[in-house]
Write a new protein. Structure first.
Length: 397
């Protein structure tokens, strides 16, 4: 290990278009999604010998289906990278992709590695049902299958019931706490779709999105160009029948997708022969009451900025995952010094989608591309995390 902390650069970042649940990417296995972004990323840096990749770290929130047995290693092999390239899979639920980037950053910063690929993958369409083993052999009764697509399953009875509410009910609790109205949530969702549609029309995503060969999906599948506040207002509450404000329209959808980033130290950067998109400055992860998971980014962002020696006034770009409009608005309400006009300028998860293990890497990659396009700046990416956590990553250009 080096006797100094090394600078860590994001050299490149790619992602698939995000597919909707049961949509264009539903026929693609998650390990193949991951292999595609690894192959695409390696092909965009021809000066780098793939054998120089010290590790591949991918986030995945499920792990119960075709992405089992370490999807990172499987993707390395399926992508045709040298068998000498290792791989590890990490799980921090919704922030799994960001956790992969943070672990890669640490390895390079400490001198344990020079070139690392980090990212994430999720196919919520192909998430399987699982059948737990009975506690005793030969049960006479029926056995229950659990969907692994999203949320709690096989919950430990020792968990307090208030901690195991659904993710949507958690968003309702945040709306209650901060007095966030249905109209505010719908307006936020409408703006997200508009920004995402404009970004695609203007070519803002051309530098990072790598469509899959043979799949008819050129852009994110859930963006609704034609939606309106009136259309959103007609949707029924999805989680509370009486007095509910959280609907399918102001919640992130279920999705499929993958993303990958190339991180290097200065030596690896020279071998790539490329100008980096951004430099990693700091990261932070925090915990919160599980039912208030949506507010997890609040303290994580504050801590990451403090570690970086920066304030909200220094920020030029912010990527905040929009699990729910109520959740994102609840976080923004606690950052009065943050200019909301710099948050998710190219749209957020309400429009783009939230393939769980991929999203943190998507945010980090998009932020790096935005900083590169601007030529300079300081940005932060952050996500809330089910079961009560938040994670944030500071990048600079």
């Amino acid at each position: 290990m080096s006797d100094r902390i090394r600078d860590v650069y994001i050299v490149d970042a790619v992602r698939t278009p995000v597919g909707k649940y049961g949509g264009a990417l539903a026929s693609v296995r998650p390990d193949d999604l991951a292999a595609h972004v690894l192959r695409a990323l390696a092909g965009r840096s021809p000066g780098l010998d793939p054998a120089r990749i010290d590790d591949v770290v991918l986030g995945n929130a499920n792990g119960a289906g075709e992405e089992n047995r370490n999807v990172a290693r499987m993707a390395v092999l399926l992508a045709g990278l040298p068998v000498s390239v290792p791989g590890a899979t990490v799980n921090r639920l919704c922030a799994s992709g960001m956790e992969a980037v943070v672990q890669a950053y640490r390895a390079v910063a400490l001198g344990d590695a020079s070139v690392v690929v980090a990212g994430g993958v999720e196919s919520m369409s192909r998430a399987p049902w699982v059948l737990p083993k009975p506690e005793r052999g030969f049960p006479a009764g029926h056995q229950e299958l659990y969907s692994t697509t999203l949320g709690w399953r096989m919950t430990n009875p020792a968990m307090p019931p208030r901690w195991t509410v659904s993710l949507g009910e958690g968003a309702e609790l945040i709306a209650d706490r901060h007095g966030i109205t249905r109209e505010q949530q719908d307006a936020f969702a409408f703006a997200s779709h508009g920004k995402a549609a404009r970004a695609w029309a203007e070519g803002a995503y051309d530098a990072e999105v790598v469509p899959l060969p043979g799949v008819d999906l050129a852009r994110d599948e859930c963006i609704r160009d034609a939606t309106s506040p009136q259309a959103l207002a007609k949707l029924k509450p999805a989680f509370r029948e009486v007095g509910g404000t959280v609907t399918a329209g102001n919640s992130s959808p279920l999705n499929d997708g993958a993303a990958a980033l190339l991180l290097c130290d200065e030596e690896g950067l020279r071998e790539c022969g490329r100008e980096p998109l951004a430099r990693v400055r700091a990261s932070a992860v925090t915990g919160i009451e599980p039912d208030l998971y949506g507010l997890g980014p609040v303290e994580a962002v504050r801590r990451a900025l403090a570690k970086a020696g920066r304030t909200f006034a220094d920020l030029t770009h912010v990527e905040l995952n929009e699990a729910f409009a109520a959740q994102a608005l609840g976080c923004l309400a606690q950052w009065p010094d943050l200019d909301p006009g710099i948050v998710n300028p190219r749209g957020g998860a309400l429009a783009i989608g939230h393939p769980l293990g991929c999203s943190g890497a998507r945010l980090a990659g998009s932020l790096a591309h935005q900083l590169a396009a601007a030529g300079s700046g300081t940005g932060i990416a952050a996500l809330c995390i089910g079961v009560g956590q938040g994670q944030a990553l500071v990048l600079e250009r």
